[in-house]
Design a protein around this ligand. Structure first.
Ligand code: NAD
Length: 419
């Protein structure tokens, strides 16, 4: 089912359509269709068995016309340069759509971190910093977590960066543990932001949480917290999945906190990762990730990887709303099919922007040597996400386009003006 199409080609198609609509000219498109800087380096670390192993590492600094480069680091066996470029491009747009003064970047290592011990993971994380530290920094490029990276990895990275530059530098990375200069609310910010945006759309569509059935693909940081918050707000969570498959829950759905407890209790901890799965909940029917996408639910939340909904399965999607918490889960061909089917897609560059908004708040707190309360963080986040939704919604009405096209029009126009 998955489209092996290059995700970078997909985002460039959308960029071209947008720059044409905005009449920005070939020169602007040509500049925006390439990252400013591409850094690639093999990292060699010592494994616990004494042997050495090399992993390919990346940092792409896409565009900084609106502020320093900002974007996460992904550790994944399929991480590759085109994926990192795509994610860096989406960061540029995302920061523009939510109006924070940051540019876009992204990093990665091609590795399955679940096969590493904690010591190996730490050595690899520190090696990434040694490879790129001269090109990043609080005023230049500020990385954060993404798939299979977490606050602990960020704290190793800040520590390594601080040692290399000879001074404490908490503002060099965001998504840190609170004890190491992290922000209250950062761990759940992406999900919280998605919830604020969804609530605005739910008002427009007159959706009532208690009558709304939700399926979530991906049960990591973003997927778990999105499911948890929606459950707390009265939505029915009727399907969940992770890399090992999914479950369907009949009736009123399930409490995601219970699923997480079982996943942790039954899963084996290898290195820094729990090898449990939502499929450990034995009293529910099992489904594949592909089947989850096609369930008869009201809201579908892709919260794993890109290219999940393509022209091969878009026609079978039954949800009325798709909350794109993952980056790039829908291809342009699928977008067109979903639009015809009148399915509302809350696009990634709006829906999952809560993470970078709170990363920006964390950076501000670090630079000011300040610490905001969780309430302050979420109040500011809510305002930002509601305003961004309202801007995107107004643009969609004005131009009679879908919400992704509207978000692109808004974001690209802001970048062009900054230039
Ligand atoms: P994570 O590592 O915490 O979780 C990833 C989850 O996806 C895991 O549950 C994993 O089992 C599951 N998964 C992996 N491959 C899968 C597959 N083929 N099918 C179904 N599930 C699969 O990562 P995360 O931080 O939650 O990121 C998830 C998505 O959200 C990514 O697209 C990421 O770019 C995006 N995102 C994350 C943040 C953030 O703040 N962490 C912010 C914005 C966007």
């Amino acid at each position: 089912m998955k489209n092996k199409a290059n995700p970078f080609v997909n985002v460039l198609k959308k960029l071209k359509e947008t720059t044409d609509q905005l009449d920005l000219g070939e020169q602007f498109y040509s500049k925006m269709s390439k990252p400013n800087v591409v850094l690639e380096q093999p990292l060699t670390i010592k494994l616990d068995n004494g042997k050495e192993k090399t992993y390919q590492a990346y940092r792409v600094q896409y565009n900084n016309d609106r502020g320093p480069y900002k974007g996460g680091i992904r550790f994944h066996p399929e991480a590759n340069l085109d994926e990192v470029k795509t994610l860096a491009f989406l960061m540029v747009l995302k920061c523009a759509v939510v109006g924070i003064p940051m540019g876009g970047g992204k990093g990665g290592i091609q590795v399955n971190p679940k096969n590493l011990s904690e010591g190996e993971l730490e050595r690899l994380s520190r090696a990434w910093v040694r490879a790129f530290y001269k090109d990043i920094g609080p005023q230049k490029d500020i990385p954060a977590p993404d798939v299979y990276t977490n606050p602990k990895i960020m704290s190793w990275m800040v520590d390594e960066y601080s040692k290399l530059v000879g001074q404490d530098s908490p503002a060099s990375f965001t998504g840190k543990p609170i004890a190491n200069g992290g922000s209250a609310g950062r761990e759940t910010a992406t999900a919280q932001g998605g919830y604020y945006v969804l609530s605005e759309l739910a008002k427009k569509l007159n959706m009532k949480p208690e009558q709304t059935r939700v399926a979530v693909q991906g049960f990591g940081n973003v997927g778990y917290h999105t499911a948890r918050i929606l459950h707390e707000q009265g939505y029915k969570i009727v399907a969940l999945s992770d890399s090992r498959g999914g479950i369907v829950i009949n009736g009123d759905g399930v409490n995601p906190e219970h699923v997480m407890r079982v996943k942790k209790a039954k899963g084996v901890l290898v290195g820094a990762y729990c090898h449990g799965t939502v499929c450990d909940l034995i009293d529910h029917d099992k489904i594949s990730n592909e089947e989850l996408l096609e369930l008869d639910v009201d809201i579908l939340v892709p919260a794993a990887l890109e290219n999940q909904i393509t022209d091969a399965n878009a026609d079978n999607i039954k949800a009325k709303v798709i909350l794109e918490m993952a980056n790039g889960p829908i291809t342009p061909e699928a977008d067109a099919i979903l639009f015809k089917k009148n399915i509302q897609v809350l696009p990634d560059i709006l829906a999952n922007a809560g993470g970078v908004v709170v990363s920006y708040f964390e950076w501000l707190q670090n630079l000011d040597e300040n610490q905001w309360t969780e309430k302050e963080v979420f109040d500011k986040l809510q305002k930002t996400m509601q305003q961004s939704f309202s801007d995107v919604w107004a643009m969609a009405r004005k131009k009679k386009v879908d919400l992704r096209s509207a978000a692109y029009l808004l974001g690209v126009d802001r970048i062009a003006k900054a230039k």
